[in-house]
Ligand binder design. Structure first.
Ligand code: ADE
Length: 337
């Protein structure tokens, strides 16, 4: 795996593979880090790589020219490498994405700074935007390092047998169980007895239960997508879990009828009056028929779902359209069928 990192501050990244498991991977040639200084590709006299934003506003925007040139130089070395732009507005980086990226032989990681990058550069290089979380860093370097670290350890041969990633948190959609090592008692705290028993089946079962309990407590949303067996579900229900509990409560509103003035305004006024947040909306007119679909957030709504659905239906009747509120879950289960 070759990582080409395009950055204004390549020194920030240069030493990040000089330690531990990843250092070993670099030494054995499984992973290579190629830091590229974007500024060195600037065609301006003073090697300028940024400029003030068109349309005004604070800060500087990274110019397109040096980025496109720096990326072309990386592409010369790794023709097929996908380009990833680390940015807080990107799609979320997940273990699944790490697994997908680890199947590539090279990656080009573009790190932004300041107020972002000229959009035309991103279009030109066909960058996939990736975020490592819902927070804003001063630049993409730390995010690139996080991506490189998690991808590197999935490259075959990087982890020894004893460091296998097979049981990682997330690899089966659950968080990892707690681990213990010697001594058996530390400051009065004992290692769970089952782990000292040498009974592998009981150890596995204990670990699975711990994973389930921790995931339910910390990330119930993960349970909705996790690969769960019958015994997992039985244990989770003993802990008070019900299917769908972890998902944010979303509703789907459809409005259909003969087009007329003010339908959207009436529906939106109704929703804001009920404290319902619109997450997404699509509206069109088909041969004089008004059609609208909305995804709404019902998490913070105090009224019962049925009551809301009925109020919306009545409002629709008043306007002269059919207005319906349904649970998102219905659509998800229809999809599964
Ligand atoms: N650059 C700045 N913030 C970032 C984030 N959260 N993820 C990826 N890149 C970033």
């Amino acid at each position: 795996m070759v990582f080409h990192v395009l950055s204004l501050f390549p020194q920030m990244v240069a030493g990040c593979m000089d330690f531990s498991v990843i250092k070993r991977a670099v030494e054995s040639g499984l992973v290579t880090l190629d830091c590229i200084d974007i500024r060195a590709f600037s065609s301006s006299k003073r090697s300028q790589a940024d400029d003030a934003p068109y349309g005004g506003g604070a800060g500087m925007v990274m110019s397109a020219q040096p980025i496109v040139a720096a990326c072309a130089s990386a592409k010369e070395k790794s023709k097929e490498a996908p380009v990833i732009y680390l940015s807080p507005r990107g799609e979320p980086f997940t273990q699944r994405m790490a697994e997908e990226l680890a199947r590539e032989s090279a990656l080009i990681l573009l790190c932004g700074h300041y107020e972002g990058i000229d959009e035309r550069a991103l279009e030109e290089i066909g960058a996939r935007e990736v975020s490592i979380g819902d927070f804003v860093l001063t630049g993409g370097e730390i995010a690139a390092m996080a991506v490189m670290d998690s991808v590197s350890r999935l490259v075959p041969g990087v982890l020894g047998k004893e460091e296998s990633h097979q049981f990682d948190s997330f690899s089966d959609g659950l968080l990892e169980y707690p681990q213990y090592t010697r001594p058996p008692v530390f400051m009065g705290r004992e290692v769970p007895e089952v782990l000292l028993s040498g009974h592998h089946k009981n150890v596995d079962s204990w670990r699975r239960k711990q994973s389930l309990a921790i995931t339910l407590k910390r990330r119930p949303d993960l349970l909705e997508k996790a690969d769960l067996g019958k015994s997992d579900l039985k244990y989770l229900s003993e802990l008070g879990y019900k299917k769908g509990m972890g998902s944010a409560l979303k509703g789907i509103i459809t409005v259909i009828g003969k087009d007329q003035m003010g339908i959207i305004a009436r529906v939106c006024t109704f929703l804001s009056g009920e404290g319902i947040n619109i997450l997404d909306i699509s509206q069109t007119i088909v041969q004089g028929y008004f059609t609208m679909m909305m995804i709404v957030d019902l998490d913070s709504v105090s009224k019962r779902f049925e009551e809301l659905a009925e109020s919306l239906r009545v409002l629709g009747e008043e306007i002269g359209v059919q207005a319906k509120l349904q649970h998102e879950d219905i659509f998800n289960s229809m999809h599964r069928i």
